[in-house]
Design a protein around this ligand. Sequence first.
Ligand code: PEP
Ligand code: MN
Length: 409
Amino acid sequence: MQPTISPHFTIDRTGLPPAHADALVEALRRPAAQQPAWPDREHVASATAFLATLPALVEPAEIRAATGELARVARGEAVLLQGGDCAETFAGATEAHIRGNVTTLLRMATVLAEGTGLPVVSAGRLAGQYAKPRSGITDGLGLPVYRGDIVNSAEPAPATRAPDPGRLLEAYRVSRATLDLVRGRYPGALFTSHEALLLDYEVPQLRHDDTDGRVYCGSAHLLWIGERTRQPDGAHVAFARLLANPIGLKIGPGTTPAQAATYVEQLDPGGEPGRLTLISRMGHRRVRDVLGPIVERVTATGHPVIWQCDPMHGNTHESPDGYKTRHFDDVADELAGFFEVHRQLGTHPGGVHLEFTGDAVTECLGGPGDLGDHGLAGRYESTCDPRLNAAQAVELTHWIAAEYRSGSA
Ligand code: PEP
Ligand code: MN
């Protein structure tokens, strides 16, 4: 299926200087995985054009500040804590839910700072985490798959699953409301981040900054490329190369050391500390075998990347009752493997990337309370991947802090 991107329309409106605009056109000519087949091109064109006129959610100066904080992580002087919902939803963007997630993140940051003695840089998976990569085109009912609230509705009916470009604007509006709350109530406490998956949402938010001549994506401070959209010749990597934002890249167990080194050259050509975070998500069974050679090879390039562990996405399985879940012990074991590898190689375990919520959900097994398979039905609310609840997330963070301490002992 031909992905429908609307490059010419949005490029006219980003006000990019010609060299940047040419690079953008070139990036968007590449194959873009995981894009919806918008049924109505005119509607996408008008929605993206309007999005391009709206104020950026975050300003270049704030993005530069984020890179500066992340540079401390890259130098081994700080720790990066990133997390939140797998998928934000429009209906879930309530004051209670957002406050619950942010206060949980800040509690975890406090635990980590006290436990490690290092400053903690916090980034929320929020205010834009609305687009989801999916393994199929259709679901078990034969309907178009749910791609996140920014594209269609999780409700299983033909009409609600049709991609709707009006959702691009709703995502902006809800992200703006989320940011307002975060900035008003927790000023200076955290950066925003999401997967830069949906190019029709990201491209209209490009801004050229006259003060440094660089291009920023104003949709969030930190953007990452997912495991399913990191094709080295694909549109997402080329798009990220254009940006001055800090970039994350998910790397799964199929990544070779040589590929990792190539990504690093592509995405951090300037060797800029804080620019690139490699987010390993190997699974607890593979991490001890596959991560070490990647770290060694990348370290040999001299690029100052941040090593971050996502112990969630390689450890997902289906419960007997059909719930997508993860076991706390598998998550902890992947983290243990991550710390072992970095201890052996003498590299800084830069941080962690977790899916959690402040709500008392029952989506992940084990942990405090030792949730079993039969407990999953109690309060399973995620529209995508299972999240740690607040008790599980805080418990895991104590455990992570202890790993840092044993590394520095
Ligand atoms: C995610 O972070 O929700 C995700 C889909 O991760 P990955 O790209 O690592 O599979
Ligand atoms: Mn997820």
